[in-house]
Design a protein around this ligand. Structure first.
Ligand SMILES: Nc1ncnc2c1ncn2[C@@H]1O[C@H](COP(=O)(O)OP(=O)(O)OP(=O)(O)O)[C@@H](O)[C@H]1O
Length: 209
């Protein structure tokens, strides 16, 4: 596989028992792509992400990955953390690096945390409580948590669903900046406006089944 191809999917089929979720799905994700996956509810978008993350195997076809699982960052759907949630943005991001064998972070890990918070423009709010932040800020904290591992591929599963337009753009502009600096992005979205604004390639699921 050419080094600039990160994911090559050939004729994927996915069934759960007798239920066919999709078939004949082929696509290629190249380094630097802003790749979107769209399709109606139940078309198998999350299932496809789970295949990419190695949590499921296709029932037919082949999925070749040109990067290690540790080089993938994952940002989940927006979840509104309770206003009483006690952790600061910094502590929330540090959770991703906490060791079981020693309780402190190394100097370079602290630097990684600071860099991740700077990349999402929260460098002035490192001590702010995540529970008190706006929706867009909360989702940028999740993004920072995915960034501490310095991923080559960032996978976002409807990261802005239920956020207002202002907050959506606030999150997606940061994702676009990361993409422009070389991070490959895979985005699941129902949002046509986001697709038109940011995406360079699109896979439509559900159209052929
Ligand atoms: N582990 C599983 N076992 C059995 N069926 C499953 C499993 N995971 C998903 N499914 C089924 O596969 C189909 C596709 O689900 P999936 O969550 O991938 O769709 P989606 O496109 O992400 O939908 P949505 O837009 O609603 O999030 C659904 O019918 C779902 O019930």
């Amino acid at each position: 596989m050419k080094p600039n191809i990160l994911i090559q999917a050939n004729q994927l089929q996915m069934k759960f028992g007798n239920q066919l979720v999709f078939q004949q799905v082929s696509f290629q994700v190249q380094r630097g792509d802003f790749f979107s996956i769209v399709g109606p509810n139940g078309a198998g978008k999350t299932t496809l992400l789970r295949l990419i993350l190695g949590q499921l195997k296709p029932t037919q076809g082949h999925l070749h990955l040109n990067l290690a699982l540790q080089k993938m960052g994952y940002v989940p759907q927006f979840r509104n953390l309770d206003s009483e949630y006690p952790l600061s943005a910094q502590a929330f991001v540090e959770l991703k690096l906490t060791h079981s064998y020693w309780p402190w972070l190394t100097a370079s890990e602290k630097k990684q945390v600071a860099q991740a918070l700077t990349a999402v423009h929260l460098q002035n709010q490192v001590r702010a409580r995540v529970g008190r932040m706006s929706g867009g800020e909360k989702q940028r904290v999740y993004l920072a948590q995915a960034l501490v591992a310095e991923p080559e591929l960032l996978i976002l599963d409807e990261p802005t669903a239920s956020l207002d337009t202002q907050a959506k753009l606030e999150v997606m502009d940061v994702v676009a900046e990361l993409n422009q600096r070389g991070t490959t992005v895979i985005l699941i979205t129902h949002d046509e406006a986001l697709l038109a604004r940011y995406s360079t390639k699109k896979l439509v699921l559900g159209a052929t089944v």
